[in-house]
Design a protein around this ligand. Sequence first.
Ligand code: KIV
Length: 272
Amino acid sequence: MSSVKKNYSRITTNSLLEMKAQGEKIAMLTAYDFTLAGLVDQAGVEVILVGDSASNVMAGHETTVPITLDQMIYHAGAVVRAAKRALILVDLPFGTYQSDSKEALRSSIRIMKEAGAHAVKLEGGHEIKDSIERIIQAGIPVMGHLGLTPQSIYKFGTYTVRAREEAEAQKLLEDAKLLEQLGCFAIVLEKIPAQLAQKVAQELKIPVIGIGAGAQVDGQVLVLHDMLGMNQEFSPRFLRRYADLDQVISTAVSDYTSDVKSGNFPNEQEQY
Ligand code: KIV
């Protein structure tokens, strides 16, 4: 058992800072519902992200753009009710923080009060500086998100690796430093070259959590359904599958269907 696991009953933003200072890696996964969030929490991750990837994974949308604040609050409330130890971080969905900083604060307050979350995550750097500042001033912890920011998919036009070019890499490094100065407690770096991610992690005191950003950062995050192997169609290079739940689930459902049709279920022990 790690030292941080022993010392904290509930993981806080300070626990994460301390983990970075001690060189202990941070494990973060998404969850969107009560049942899976309980399992993820008991298995020992430090952070559960109620990601706007719920838009894809839960609702079947092509992008993260359509999910609403009410829908995020619904998912986040279920996760908060399940998790006893992890810090619960919730994505501010597209359109709830870009217009102005007051709207960003109002959206964050709804997530904190109605869902009971512990922190929020926003995509972007300098362009959303005022929103981040106002949310943090109100006492709400903020995690930044740079690199591939899926809410801007229609600007990028592709989900390919970001910041390969020098100018974009330089802007990312400056944005990361700005987020730290503004008071963010951590940042996510998505799908950028490992060397750049390593440089950012070395230059910042706050934890840097990677997804497709290599090993030399302070922690990792994956989408739960992807790492459980529930979607064989999504196979980016950074994804490691720790299970093949699609096989397990389809075999179980097809066995059940055959048993119902053959009259093999329920048997005498399974009735009253
Ligand atoms: O929404 C999400 O799942 C995320 C992770 C990919 C970091 O933002």
